[in-house]
Structure formats: C-alpha cells, structure tokens
Design a protein around this ligand. Sequence first.
Ligand SMILES: Cc1cc2nc3c(=O)[nH]c(=O)nc-3n(C[C@H](O)[C@H](O)[C@H](O)COP(=O)(O)OP(=O)(O)OC[C@H]3O[C@@H](n4cnc5c(N)ncnc54)[C@H](O)[C@@H]3O)c2cc1C
Length: 562
Amino acid sequence: MPPLNNFDAIVIGSGISGGWAAKELCEAGFNILLLERGRNVVHLKDYPTATMGPWEFPHRGKKTIADREENPIASSCSYYTEATKHFFVKDAEHPYIQEKPFGWIRGYQVGGKSLIWNRQTQRMSDFEFNAPARDGFAVDWPVRYKDIAPWYSHVEKFIGVSGNKDGLAQLPDGEFQEPWEMNCVEKEVRSRIISHYADRPIIIGRCAHLTKPQHIHLQQGRGQCQARNMCNRGCPFGGYFSSNSSTIPWAMNTGKLTLQTDSVVHSIIYDKQKGKATGVRVIDAHTKKATEYYARIIFVNASALNTNLILLNSTSNRFPNGLGNDNGLLGKYVAFSNYRGGVSGSFEGYEDKYYYGRRPTMALIPNFRNLYKHDMDFLGGYMIRLMAQRRRGADSEETIGAKFKEALSEAGEWQVFMSMQGETIPKESNYVYLSKEETDPYGIPQLVTSVDYDDNDDRLVKDFLQQASEMLDTAGVKNIGKGDNHMTPGLDVHEMGGVRMGRDPKTSLLNGWNQLHACPNVLVTDGGFMTSTGTQNPSLTYMAFTARAVHHVVEEMKKGNL
Ligand SMILES: Cc1cc2nc3c(=O)[nH]c(=O)nc-3n(C[C@H](O)[C@H](O)[C@H](O)COP(=O)(O)OP(=O)(O)OC[C@H]3O[C@@H](n4cnc5c(N)ncnc54)[C@H](O)[C@@H]3O)c2cc1C
C-alpha cells in the first residue's frame, strides 16, 4: 500500500475516459487514486430500474410535469425518464451560469455518463485530423489517424463494438463483432439512394454492444446484448460498455485501484520549485472538509467542461489564470455536435413485413461534405442517421376504446427518418469561464457557458435539410416533412474543447500526448482535448487517446522523465 494520500497517479472522474485511464494505469502496475465526485454505482447492484416493466412505474416510465419543473435542464435531455433520472444530476444541486442558453447534461456518479450514453462509436479518420490545417480553422491536430489507429483497436477489442467492415476511408473499420442488421425498408431505401449518389454509402451503425462476446468480455463478467434497449438504466447483462461493468471492476481486480467517491476535486496543486503538479485538493461532498492527495501524474477526466473548470480553478503564482494557461486560451474554442436537422416521411409497401427486437443502433450515411476538398459554402460536415420503422398502431379515427385498442395491436405504416450529426467549428467566441461572484455548494466558482451556433451551423443545417429531402424523395418516400429543431447547444451531449491539443504552446494547451505543454505531468484525455469535433460520436476517440496517453506516460515514468 502507498503511504496515506500518496499515489503514483490520480485520475479525476470515473466516467468513460477516467475508467480507461484507471484501467490502463493499474494494469501498468501503478497505484492509482480514482476520485469521483458522485456516489458509487456498483454494476448490477445499483441499477434499480433495469428490469422493470412500464406498468411498474407510477408514470409508466415517462418524465412528469414535476420533473420538467424541478429539473428543466436535465429533463430536456431526451434520455431523461422516470426509468433513468437517478443517473442525471439534479439542476438545483449543481448550478452553473448560462450566459447564452446551454443545456449541460451531467451524470455525477461512478461511471459518469457511461451509464446513460447511447453507445454509438465510430473512429475518426484523416479527413477530420487533416481538416483544420487544410481548411484553416482551429489549429492543426498534432496526431494523424495512423497514430491513433492501434489505440482504437486496443479499446474496441476490450469494450466490444459491433459493426460491419465497410472499407470506407471516411469511417475507418475497427475490430468489430457481428453487425446489427438493417430492416427491409432500410435496405430498400439504401439501394435506391446509393444507386443515385455514388458518394453516399449507407452502412449499419457501429455501437459498443456485445453481439458475440469474446473471452475478454466474459472475463469482465459481461454477456451478449439482449436488444432490450433499456440500456440507460444500466444493463444486467453487461451487454453494452459502461465503466461500471468493464474498466472499473477490471482496474479494481488488479489490486492497484483506490476508488474514492463523494470527493469533489477543487483544483490541482502546482509546486513552482518542482515545476510540476504535485496533487489535488478535494472537498468531501458531505462534510465539505478539504483534503489533499499527492501523485506523480494527474489525469483530468472530469468530462470536458468540468475539466475546464478544474484547470481554470487551479491558480497559483506561476499560473494565475489557471493551470497551463499561459496563452489565455483555456476555456476557449469549445465546440459540440449539431443535431438540429430532421427529415421524415412515409414509405409504401412491405406492409407484410416486420422486424424483431429493439436494435441499439441505426443506419448511417458517413459525412460526404468537404471531404476531398473544401467545396461547400460552409466548413465541416455532417453524418446522417437513417432509420425506418413501423408506426405503432394502424390508422384509427378512435382515440379511446376497443377499436382503438384493436388498431394498436396492428403495426402501422412504415416511416423513414433522417437526422443530422453535424460538426461545429471551434472558435474563440465559444468559451467557458469561472464566475467571480457565484460559487457552488462546495465553494467552487460556478462555470459560465457562452456557447452558441453561428452562420456556418445554419448553412450546414440548410444543406442537410435539402440533401436529406432529396435523398428520401429519390428513395420514393412520400409526405416528406423537414425541420430545424434549433436544439439548445449542450443538449447534443457532445461538448468538447477548451483545452485543445496542438503543436504550438502559443496556440494550444496540450501536446500530442495530451500533456499540458506547461505542466506535462497533468494530462487531459476527456473531450476537453478535442481540437475539432468531426462528425463522429466522440467517446471512442476519448478512450483511444486515453489509452495512448497512459502508455506514453508510463514509458516516461519508467525512464524517470516524469
Ligand atoms: C444521453 C447521452 C447519450 C450519449 N450518447 C453518446 C453516444 O452514442 N456516443 C458517444 O460517443 N457519446 C455519447 N454521449 C456522450 C458521452 O456520454 C460522453 O462523451 C462521455 O461520457 C464523456 O466521458 P468523460 O469521461 O469525459 O465524462 P463522463 O463520462 O461524464 O465522466 C466524468 C466523471 O467525472 C466526474 N467529475 C466531474 N467533476 C468532478 C470533480 N470536480 N471531481 C471529481 N469528479 C468529477 C463526474 O461525476 C463523472 O463521473 C452521450 C451522452 C449522453 C448524456
């Protein structure tokens, strides 16, 4: 056992990226303190709603008016329901200031948002890593696909990702288990679209679900996904990846992990004489007592915006504006995903066909904009999510009674949906900072968010709405409707940036190994490091960069460089 309060490494946050940091560091033989501000959530034991039927909930699992009134921010996340709300923070307990509307969705518990995420996992490609330098936005990524590809493989094998090897440069293949299947209408729509648009392949989504568990997954105690689609309650089969079912128990089994819950990290301690960080200050969530813990390296994985908050709050004589913030860019260039556009319509035919089970993914059209050159009137691109399903209940004039009930037992018409997952371009004017007046219940300054869409985002939405409508029309979809939902930033749940990576300490906070340029024994491997967003779901990328960063610092520590 290490001496009291002294560890080889401290990891702040036990969510998707922190779980990976803890696992990899423990496996390397280091004594790790994993600090988590929330309560413990033990796999299987602490999933109170995992097997409940709708009839067992007082409100059939829906969110209530009281939920909306008491938690207007958290409840505006579509995944917040009576069945999942215990994994979302209560708004009043964790205040922040929205200078511009920003729906900050948080899960403060062991496992973080890994319990409630939607598990879609795609690799980024060189199209995204090259884009900032080529098209002149953000800064050049200090990494390319070849640097991160082995780490994607490393992560995918362990978490289990289902998908098809599609051979696309814009969405590189991974280490896949059996893919989910498109249904008959999706296949029909697909073949009609791809025969008209050579640049728009349609593939089945890739997601962190075990369709064919391997030995490594059985060793984790996880089993095959049962396609229940009740995932965000916690899965009793371990069918999807969460830190709780996978990385944290794995790290615990090494005997090297100390998991300390209810511990709110206030700031990182910097020692000017030693020229490095020496530990962290922690506030006990219940007693509010402050304690210090020490380590040789510190991984900050509190989720992008909380990581910005912790670093901004880590002030010292050497770093009066926040740890590593010599260039004043900490908190700036925050970006997110643009989910504003949606297009749908009805599909005639295949009335005698149905589908089995609840598939945890959808079909995808990988980004086809600004790929080989910048040829649109906007920067960035979008991925399209495509799904066909039968309406619940055949057409009925009745809204109550026996006839209505009968109609409900029949499948309704086929409907086809497309929605966008767009890139937003990191810019200095999208930023977060610390309030000088308001503190949270732990005496920590509240985070202020000043993040919004711009004209580029509007042009992206416009292009998506036009292209998606045309594609559905080409596919024979009728009654096409389209719309811009103007989703509040943040509700996309992909907040990124503020501590971006780059080659130059003058224009970035982190080097190519996720180390603070100015304090290399502090690493940020959650979404804070993202130089640009790409169009992919980002969490797989956080996990891969985390594993790569751990491997690097372990080598450096062995050489005595850290
Ligand atoms: C409903 C929903 C659906 C999503 N779907 C997808 C998807 O399909 N694909 C995808 O890639 N991503 C998805 N995401 C995003 C994904 O959940 C996040 O990208 C991911 O969880 C980020 O990992 P993280 O480790 O940075 O943060 P988290 O998983 O949020 O973990 C951060 C942890 O740090 C702790 N913490 C915070 N502050 C402190 C502090 N001061 N001291 C100590 N501990 C602290 C938190 O309590 C938390 O446990 C989704 C998110 C939501 C909410």
